[in-house]
Design a protein around this ligand. Structure first.
Ligand SMILES: Nc1ncnc2c1ncn2[C@@H]1O[C@H](COP(=O)(O)OP(=O)(O)OP(=O)(O)O)[C@@H](O)[C@H]1O
Ligand SMILES: [Mg+2]
Length: 162
């Protein structure tokens, strides 16, 4: 048993009320609106942030990440890292995109050298984060499914970024 592992429910929909310094809620009615919210959020990025994405399967975590990376100057096509666990892109910053859905233990994280990779990168986005202590995350973005094309998007500042 590992005490640092977060439950599946908590990973999909965390209670951000206790942990957030600031919280902003948006309503999105389309992928285009989600893209706009993500590119506005990109203006907050200073480099060095780890961003935790929350939401059920198909909520829009990867969709949001793609728009965020595009706004950060990534021109390569961003694809879901579900099977590769981590992808790295280069834009205004070096950005990592992780999906921990298939990662089981902290030992996996160590073995894959993810911590070292992340610590050396400018911006890291993590879907399905499993570990409570993961690299001092600065933002949490929660996407809730409301209807086929509608989502509630909450962006929470977890700690001051430099
Ligand atoms: N307003 C919206 N915002 C974001 N995505 C939307 C919206 N409306 C519909 N969608 C659709 O929802 C799906 C979101 O898929 P996406 O892969 O981004 O989810 P995910 O949260 O990354 O899932 P997974 O947990 O499997 O990685 C896409 O098919 C997208 O077109
Ligand atoms: Mg995804």
């Amino acid at each position: 048993m590992n005490n640092n592992v977060i439950s599946t429910e908590e990973r999909a929909l965390p209670d951000l009320n206790g942990s957030a310094l600031e919280k902003t809620e948006y309503h999105s009615s389309s992928v285009r609106e989600t893209d706009e919210i993500a590119s506005r959020f990109a203006k907050m990025i200073k480099g060095g942030e780890t961003i935790l994405m929350y939401g059920e399967l198909g909520a829009g975590k990867t969709t949001f990440t793609k728009a965020l990376f595009k706004a950060l100057g990534v021109t390569d096509t961003v694809t879901s890292p579900t099977f590769t666990l981590m992808k790295t892109y280069y834009g205004k910053y070096t950005v990592h995109h992780l999906d921990m859905y298939r990662i089981e233990t902290e030992e996996d994280v160590e073995e894959l050298g993810l911590r070292e990779e992340i610590e050396g990168s400018d911006v890291t986005v993590i879907e399905w984060n499993k570990f409570t202590d993961f690299i001092g995350a600065v933002y949490a973005v929660s996407i809730e499914y409301l209807g086929e094309n509608t989502r509630k998007i909450t962006i929470a500042l977890l700690q001051k970024n430099a």
